[in-house]
Design a protein around this ligand. Structure first.
Ligand code: ZN
Length: 303
């Protein structure tokens, strides 16, 4: 069976795109051959084609896939960063709000929100094992995707998408579905890669934001604003992360793309040092609104 299939534009549905660049799975090597990143001639949306066929996803999400397998320093740093995020975002997360996280992985964020004081949280997660781990934390988690949940009407005040939008084949359809789940005036908070970033321009195929074939869509600020507006949202905040993570990863992936194994091993050992060393670049990129890792807050327009 072919694992990949050609797709149309995930924003406007047109089947008329031109090639931008070839991408290979530098992180986990799951692709038999590179796939193409294309740009839609109608709406300018950048997406991968071909993409994994429905039902073949597990083949492309190896067991060591980061969001499912964080340990040690990485896990500690991540929880620390999440706690800070929750504190900043508390006006959108505080009780009595009902919170839904789509693609909640093992439920780390939802657990921390609950610990901070809001127990009204629900998660959706397509990976059975990750969903099970989230339930083991005592969280309410539906195993499946947005298409699997049958929630009548606008049941939530805040929807969270932590690096999820870029994994979807049809992000425009997903945003419309999310709008239907939110009460008017409700909020969607999404963390995602920014295709307009300096890191994407400088690192090219080694930019961690591409991550094919797990990432199927590459948003720019322009396509992001348009997609949210088409789903009935107004973007009210745009935050650019300032740390050096994507540069540290980029150097590792560059070494891998060149086949420099010793350099790759060395850079892997130096990962945290590299993050610190490249953070000044991250800070400047963030100030210029050109970070490759952003967080968007959008409000559902009042009907
Ligand atoms: Zn399009």
């Amino acid at each position: 069976m072919t694992l990949l299939e050609p797709v149309s534009c995930g924003l406007c549905g047109a089947d008329d795109a031109e090639p931008l660049r070839w991408l290979d799975d530098l992180r986990y090597g799951t692709l038999p051959s590179p796939v193409q990143l294309v740009i839609c001639r109608h709406c300018g949306f950048r997406y991968l084609t071909p993409q994994p066929r429905p039902g073949t996803e597990t083949r492309f999400y190896p067991n060591e896939y980061d969001p499912y397998r964080r340990r040690g320093t990485t896990a500690w740093a991540r929880r620390f960063a999440l706690r800070l995020e929750i504190r900043r975002l508390w006006p959108y997360l505080a009780p009595p709000r009902r919170i839904l996280e789509i693609g909640c992985a093992t439920g780390e964020l939802l657990q921390l929100i609950r610990e901070t004081g809001n127990p009204r949280v629900l998660g959706i997660e397509p990976d059975a094992e990750a969903a099970q781990l989230a339930r083991a934390r005592g969280l309410d988690v539906i195993e499946g995707t947005l298409d699997h949940i049958l929630i009548p009407g606008p049941a939530f005040d805040t929807v969270l998408l932590q690096h999820v939008l870029e994994h979807l084949t049809e992000p425009q359809r997903a945003l419309r579905r999310i709008a239907a789940l939110l009460r008017p005036g409700g909020t969607v908070i999404t963390w995602l890669p920014n295709g307009d970033s300096w890191a994407a321009a400088v690192l090219g195929e080694a930019w961690m934001g591409y991550d094919p074939p797990r990432h199927r869509s590459v948003f720019t600020l322009e396509t992001l604003h348009r997609a949210f507006a088409a789903a009935g949202f107004t973007i009210v905040d745009e935050y650019h992360e300032w740390h050096g993570l994507e540069w540290a990863w980029g150097l590792r992936l560059l070494a891998r793309a060149r086949g420099w194994r010793r350099a790759d091993r060395l850079l892997t050992r130096l990962h945290f040092v590299l993050i610190l060393a490249t953070t000044p670049i991250g800070i400047i990129a963030s100030r210029a609104r050109r970070s490759g890792r952003i967080r968007i807050i959008a409000r559902r327009q009042l009907a």
